[in-house]
Design a protein around this ligand. Structure first.
Ligand SMILES: O=C(O)CCC(=O)C(=O)O
Length: 277
């Protein structure tokens, strides 16, 4: 029977992190790209996008956060902690689908998969304020939540600067995908960022992770892609006034069948869940 983990959100204190291996040099070499991905379960590209290309999503995001009084006009945190309702309203105001459909992103996705890609509609836009660890994601594998196939990749883009000592970011256990699916158990110290019910997220017990944790300071323009079985988690925001902004979606070969979460936005998925009960 699955155990119940009552750990407080693991703040990563005491954990030693290695940097994400850089994949920039492999971008135009499909064989090396595939080798690196098979070894690490992730591809990290520094400065791959021009930060201006991200304005199409980061400007509406910042405006939505200002309207919700989470950010002030200087882009600093106001001290207001967003509820999951606010997270959802903000998520809805960012034109993610249009951004992913841009020629630049479509070209990148094809390079990552080596074939035409389908982009999941369920993009998650994250705005993590200081000292609010309950909405961070516990250690998990995306394959646990998106089960149609194991051929998808998560694509994660920072929309603000983030690092271990400032606004946090994301950590991935290097090579952890190679051990396949892991047991996920309830993580009662966490809450899901976008669901409106009291659903307790499921995650992997920290002590069971033996692979080295990797993270790097990130900035808009960097691109991270990772394997469905790669163990990963949010890192807490330790800054005084910075809000960590990022967005993530999944891509899969266009030829494969598509799950409900692939073909629906987060808001649509939540509405569908609400009408079932
Ligand atoms: O951005 C984060 O903190 C976590 C992202 C995540 O869990 C995911 O993309 O699956």
């Amino acid at each position: 029977m699955a155990g119940l983990s009552s750990d407080l959100p693991d703040e990563g204190r005491g954990t030693t992190f290695v940097p994400f291996p850089l994949a920039n040099e492999c971008l135009h070499d499909p064989v090396r790209l595939e080798e690196q991905f098979a070894r690490d379960g992730l591809l990290f590209f520094r400065g791959l996008l021009d930060p201006c290309e991200l304005d199409a999503v980061s400007e509406p995001l910042r405006r939505a956060l200002e309207a919700e009084q989470i950010l002030d006009e200087r882009g600093h945190w106001t001290g207001t902690v967003p509820s999951n309702l606010v997270h959802r309203r903000v998520n809805d105001q960012v034109p993610c689908a249009e951004f992913w459909a841009s020629e630049r992103m479509v070209g990148l996705f094809e390079r990552f998969l080596g074939e035409p890609a389908f982009v999941y509609r369920s993009t998650v836009v994250r705005s993590y304020v200081p000292n609010d660890p309950v909405y961070l994601t516990p250690i998990h594998q995306d394959s646990f939540y998106h089960r149609m196939n194991d051929e998808f990749r998560t694509v994660w883009l920072p929309l603000s600067e983030a690092s271990l000592d400032t606004t946090g970011g994301i950590a991935i256990a290097l090579g952890s995908h190679r051990a396949g699916p892991r047991e996920h158990v309830p993580q009662p110290a966490y809450r899901s960022i976008l669901t409106l019910d009291e659903l307790i997220p499921l995650g992997v017990v920290p002590d069971s992770v033996k692979e080295p944790w990797a993270t790097s300071a990130v900035a808009p323009g960097d691109v991270l892609a990772f394997h469905p079985h790669a163990l990963h988690r949010s890192l807490p925001n330790r800054s005084s006034h910075g809000v960590r902004l990022s967005m993530d979606t999944r891509i899969q070969p266009a030829r494969l069948p598509r799950s409900f979460s692939a073909t629906h936005t987060v808001a649509e998925i939540q509405r569908a869940k609400a009408t079932k009960f």
